[in-house]
Each structure stands twice: as C-alpha cells, then as structure tokens.
Design a protein around this ligand. Structure first.
Ligand code: CA
Length: 230
C-alpha cells in the first residue's frame, strides 16, 4: 500500500513514554503516525500534514489540549478532523467540558489500549470508511476496500492503484467537490511532488475504467474548482 493510503494519526502527548506506547500501537494497527510533544507542535503538524484523526492529551504545557481542540474546531479547514481527547480527569463535569469544546470522543487515563484502538477505528470508519476496509456504495458502483475490488452492477471493473484510491476518496464523500490540490494530498500524499495535471490524467483513466460499456459517467468536472462524484 502507498503511504498516502494509510490513515494518518496525529498523537499529541507530552509524556515521552506514553507518546511512544500510543504511537507503537497505532503503527502496529497499520496507521501512519505523527508525533507532537506539545500543543504548538500539534497545531503546526495539523497544518502541514492534514492528519485523518488526532489523539490529543488534555494536560499539555503552555497550550492545553482543550485549547488545541477549540482552535481546530473553530476553523473550517480543520473542523472535520475527529479528535479523541485523553485525560486523567474522570469527573463528569470535565468530560462534558471536553465534549463541549468539540472533541469527538473522550477517554480517561489510564485507558485500555484495546479500547482506544477501537475508538480510533470507529472515528475513522466515520470519516474515512475505505481506510478501515469498509464497502462503499454509490449508485450501481460498489467498492470493496477489504479485497480492493470495484464493481459496477454485476461487472468487475479494472482499476489501477491510483484510480482505486481516487475512487475511494470520491465515494467517501459523494457530491463533495475536490480541488486538484486536495486530491493530490489525499491520493498521492503531501511528501511527493506531482504536477496537478497528473490528477487530470488519472481522472481520465478512472472515467474510462468506470464506464467500460458506455455507462453514465458518474464523475463531474466542476469548472475552476475540480471534480466531484455525483
Ligand atoms: Ca500530559
């Protein structure tokens, strides 16, 4: 699998031992892990690397986890990234406060690593279902992320790996317009330099693969904006 395909988890935790245990377990689950040891670094990494999900410690030096969460949830570009808050506090009032700040889930320390992994997976299933092996359906097109197969009606379609990732991205959010730059980030990864025209080439291949017998083209070119499914 290409690195861009792996879900990316950002861990923000100031205790080195706890950070490493978390990162180790997440990597063992097959995720790409980014590590931040404080809130400022966490915010920086969100902007640089657009993680799919954030595991965020509440108690951090300087900028607290609550503040990091609040900042990310007030910005339109980062609002959609699920945040799982970690806290040593167990009082109900803190839990409520954590969720009010916009955290998507809240786990009390000491937590079971198995449970935390299940919660990470649950959040990813919501925002990037294909990355955790779910089957996606759009009209008569079905994408099985587990077996890496795509069907249209009863026919099996032949897609290259890049076209498969493109289609998975589209099928996770039907109707959403993706710019070429966003598709490059999601499908090719930010670390690789690829010209935006490459996106057009692969969109062309995907269109061809989706309509082997002259079926309706489900992809829409949005002038000046990018591409959308449906
Ligand atoms: Ca801490």
């Amino acid at each position: 699998m290409a690195a861009a395909e792996l879900p990316c988890v950002l861990v923000v935790e100031d205790e080195p031992a706890q950070r490493e245990v978390l990162a180790y377990n997440l990597e063992a689950e097959g995720y790409r892990v980014l590590r931040a040891e404080n809130g400022e670094e966490g915010l920086l990494l969100v902007n640089e690397s657009a993680p799919d999900i954030i595991v965020l410690d509440w108690m951090l030096p300087n900028v607290s986890g609550i503040e990091v969460c609040r900042r990310l949830k007030t910005r339109a570009e980062t609002r959609g990234i699920p945040i799982i808050m970690l806290s040593a506090r167990s009082e109900e009032v803190d839990r409520v406060r954590g969720l009010e700040t916009g955290a998507d889930d809240y786990v009390v320390k000491p937590y079971s690593i198995v449970e935390l992994m299940a919660r990470v997976r649950a959040q990813l299933r919501r925002v990037r279902p294909s990355s955790v092996g779910e089957t996606l359906q759009f009209s008569d097109i079905r994408l099985d992320a587990e077996s890496h197969r795509v069907f249209r009606g009863d026919a099996t379609l032949k897609l290259g790996p890049t076209e498969f990732r493109l289609l998975a991205t589209f099928m996770e959010k039907p109707g959403r317009v993706w710019s070429r730059e966003q598709l490059l980030d999601r499908v090719w990864g930010r670390d690789i330099y690829v010209d935006t025209r490459t996106v057009d080439v692969h969109i062309g291949r995907l269109r061809k693969a989706l309509c082997p017998n002259g079926e309706t083209d489900p992809l829409r070119t949005v002038r000046g904006a990018g591409y959308a499914l449906g």
